[in-house]
Design a protein around this ligand. Structure first.
Ligand SMILES: [Zn+2]
Length: 403
């Protein structure tokens, strides 16, 4: 289960420098995943790497995560790979050594081919096993000693918020339904990120989260913290006893979606239905990862997987909005008496009703349709999915005329 069909979760490959640079040029290597937070190398360091190759010394192993067929995230090695490319592109002048002041183009042919053919070991990781915590933990182990990870550093400055985060981290859903290792404050880190996002911050970069906690104006009675606890309790009740394990990024996205929805909806007696829907979508996502479907939903699920494991603001928003739609489609109860259906609700009815007008039975694009109250709003009909039907614009207008 931890493996992409037929592939071990890690294997060493050996590539010549020329192949690595070609893979980068042709878009097979993604250099911008989240764990790439190291410093950008100076010319001196880049030159030293080329010098290592020229002297036929050892270049440390690169780590790539296979995120899809022929697509790799560079987990470790960004600076080495970009240095190789810069050098082959004649954008790097050697600084020191036998070839001081020369570019790639200036070198003798046999030296050029020595560089192009130099072999580098790449550890290729694939499968579910390598979520961000596991990868981060692996690097901490690779380094000598164990420097503090962001969650551990944050504990030093948490103050009043510390017990709140601990409390959230030990809710039932976090303890029983998440594949987050307890070691090194993984769950506390998830809880801290949930609060940070609930406060309206767009991303979860360690530095920004630190700022949130330094402010120190967060406490038990803060509206968003109360909502965060309610959201986790809703999930705890819904997933009670179910053998499902969410990845860290999933639980963060789902919880922040619920926090948003709590401003407009009540989840009373809908906890199980919400859990059913989330469990079902997770199953469909896994099936779609194996065999991508070209349907609207298939494409959305493909995007969801692509946006997973990422700290980028647009990916975080996509994941939260995706789960919002899933949860709204369950038919949670609006707490106010809105007259109009939201765009999310309209989309939910659209897919529920098979994109067809309830009146004339024809299929239309989403923009050509309107959501209608089955029992009219004016006669006490609720603005909720149980009282919603999809009509094409002409049918809805003529219904209005005869009503
Ligand atoms: Zn119609």
């Amino acid at each position: 289960m931890d493996e992409i069909e037929g592939k071990p979760s890690k294997q060493n490959k050996i590539y010549p420098v020329s192949t690595i640079v070609e893979l980068l040029r042709s878009g097979h290597l993604d250099l911008e995943p989240d764990y790439q937070r190291g410093d950008v190398w100076k010319v001196k360091q880049r030159s030293a790497l080329i010098d290592t190759v020229l002297n036929d010394l050892d270049v440390p192993k690169l780590y790539w995560f296979e995120k899809g067929p022929g697509k790799f995230e560079v987990v470790d090695g960004k600076q080495r790979i970009t240095t190789f490319k810069m050098f082959l592109d004649n954008e790097l002048e050697l600084d020191g050594g036998e070839y001081d002041g020369l570019f790639f183009r200036d070198l003798p042919v046999e030296i050029k081919s020595r560089i192009l053919e130099f072999k580098v070991v790449v550890m290729q990781l694939s499968g579910d096993r390598w979520d961000e915590d596991v990868v981060q933990d692996m690097f901490l182990r690779l380094q000598n000693g164990t420097p503090l990870n962001p969650a551990e550093k944050r504990r030093a400055i948490m103050g009043k918020i510390g017990p709140i985060v601990d409390d959230m981290a030990s809710t039932k859903v976090m303890a029983e339904n998440c594949a987050i290792p307890e070691a090194r404050y993984g769950r506390e880190d998830a809880a801290a990120k949930i609060i940070h996002l609930a406060l309206g911050n767009p991303d979860i970069k360690a530095k920004a989260i630190e700022e949130t906690y330094k402010k120190g104006d967060l406490n038990e009675s803060h509206e968003k913290i109360k909502a965060a606890k309610r959201a986790l309790n809703i999930l705890s009740r819904g997933f009670n006893g179910r053998g499902i394990f969410f990845k860290k990024y999933s639980i963060i996205s789902i919880t922040t979606a619920i926090i948003e929805l709590l401003a407009e909806y009540s989840f009373t007696d809908k906890e199980s239905a919400v859990a059913d829907a989330l469990q079902a979508v997770e199953a469909r996502r896994k099936a779609n990862d194996k065999e991508p479907s070209a349907t609207d939903e298939g494409q959305e699920l493909t995007r969801l997987t692509a946006a997973a494991r990422s700290d980028r603001a647009d990916h975080i928003k996509f994941r939260r909005d995706f789960y919002r739609k899933v949860i709204i489609s369950v038919g949670i109860t609006p707490t106010d008496q809105r007259r109009t259906f939201s765009a999310d609700e309209k989309a939910a009815v659209y897919f529920r009703d098979g994109k067809k007008c309830k009146c004339c039975g024809k299929e239309f694009a989403l923009e050509q349709m309107e959501v209608d109250h089955v029992k009219p709003f004016a006669r006490g009909g609720l603005t909720d999915l149980g009282n919603a039907q999809l009509l094409c614009v002409p049918c809805n207008r003529s219904k209005g005329a005869t009503a």
